[in-house]
Design a protein around this ligand. Structure first.
Ligand code: PMV
Length: 342
């Protein structure tokens, strides 16, 4: 390693919620997805990570929210760092100190912000190139959705077609400030179970067993194009039905997977129903629900309709709280002063 290369670096990134879900990997070695996905990076929620390559260490160490952590999270982080070390021709172990400014147990803790932050911090600490496009490609080896969290606002991860993956990368579509009226009200459900199956494994089960998977793949290009257009025009009447159509299609693929994947709880299902009823009563799409491989539900609406949506959600039993989010910035490096506490 060069003497001039810094060995510690800090990077922060936010989670994102997919409006078109990535679900299925066509090449696991290169982490190439079957389908293009489209997401919104979320404001306010931040993962801050410091990586320090240290010649004194004999093995990688992880501190997560102030606690020394081993097991699965350390293993996943270590496996990720192994790729960085190989690329940088570096043999040192590292200490990773990472903090979320939101409760990890809330279910909002996303692997996306975690691996985006780890990719950024580890790349600089190892003296590797730091262009966002390069960080995004590295981040996807930790978790596919992490490649989108390097960028802010509305982001598309192009699946590409080439076997070598050179046309597979994330790119920013619209800045966070493109649509200031758009709100993501996340309903945190009280009955959310601990997640059992890793998304990466679950999606491969869908590819192998769901009879609806191929139909879903064929519908994605049209849906992505229509969403891109609706977002460009800031047209909620076009976008909201598309968000729900995509979410229903994703859930249908999960349900037809063998064994079936059911991420929702009774409360989550009641939220989907409440949003449907609200739209029915209003005679227009006032709101749109979506969820990922978990029980919490993201409800999109516009600032002018927020009151109506809040009122409708208040009727649903089992919501612990709602968190109001907007499109937010992408990842960035922080100076020494901004390091999280150990
Ligand atoms: O990036 P992973 O391995 O956590 O998988 C993400 C899967 C979904 O959240 C359901 C979809 C997505 O595109 O974020």
């Amino acid at each position: 390693m060069d003497r001039g290369v810094p060995r510690a670096a800090t990077y922060q990134a936010s989670p994102n919620i997919a409006l078109v879900k990535y679900w299925g990997i066509r090449d696991t070695a290169r982490m190439l997805p079957y389908n293009t996905s489209l997401s919104v990076t979320l404001s306010g929620l931040v993962t801050k990570t410091v990586v320090r390559f240290d010649p004194e260490l004999t093995a990688d160490e992880l501190r997560l929210n102030g606690k020394r952590t081993g097991g699965g999270p350390l293993l996943a982080a270590s496996r990720f760092l192994e790729r960085i070390r190989q690329e940088a021709k570096l043999e040192m172990a590292a200490s990773i100190v990472t903090r979320n400014n939101f409760p990890t147990a809330s279910g909002l803790a996303s692997s996306a912000s975690g691996f985006a932050a780890l990719a950024g911090a580890a790349s600089r600490a190892a003296g590797l190139a730091e262009a966002p496009a390069t960080l995004s490609i590295r981040a996807r080896f930790g978790s596919g959705s992490a490649c989108r969290s390097i960028y802010g606002g509305f982001v598309e991860w192009q699946a590409g077609r080439r076997p070598d993956g050179h046309d597979c990368y994330a790119k920013p579509l619209f800045e966070p400030g493109h649509w200031p009226e758009l709100i993501d009200l996340v309903a945190i459900v009280a009955d959310a179970p601990e997640k059992e199956v890793r998304s990466q494994d679950a999606m491969q089960l869908s590819v192998a067993t769901s009879r609806e998977y191929q139909t879903r793949l064929r519908s994605i290009p049209r849906r992505v194009a229509a969403m891109r257009r609706a977002i460009r025009l800031r047209d909620a009447s076009q976008l909201f039905p598309l968000i729900m159509e995509e979410c229903d299609d994703f859930r249908h693929v999960c349900e037809t997977t063998d064994p079936s994947l059911d991420y929702l709880t009774e409360t989550s299902r009641n939220i989907l129903e409440a949003v449907g009823e609200l739209n029915g009563t209003e005679g227009r799409a006032v709101a749109a629900y979506t969820h990922d491989a978990g029980a919490h539900v993201h409800v999109f609406t516009l600032a002018r309709d927020l009151r109506k949506v809040r009122d409708a959600l208040e009727e649903v039993k089992g919501i612990r709280r709602t968190v109001r989010l907007t499109p937010g910035p992408g990842g960035r490096y922080l100076g020494r002063a901004a390091k999280p506490r150990r």
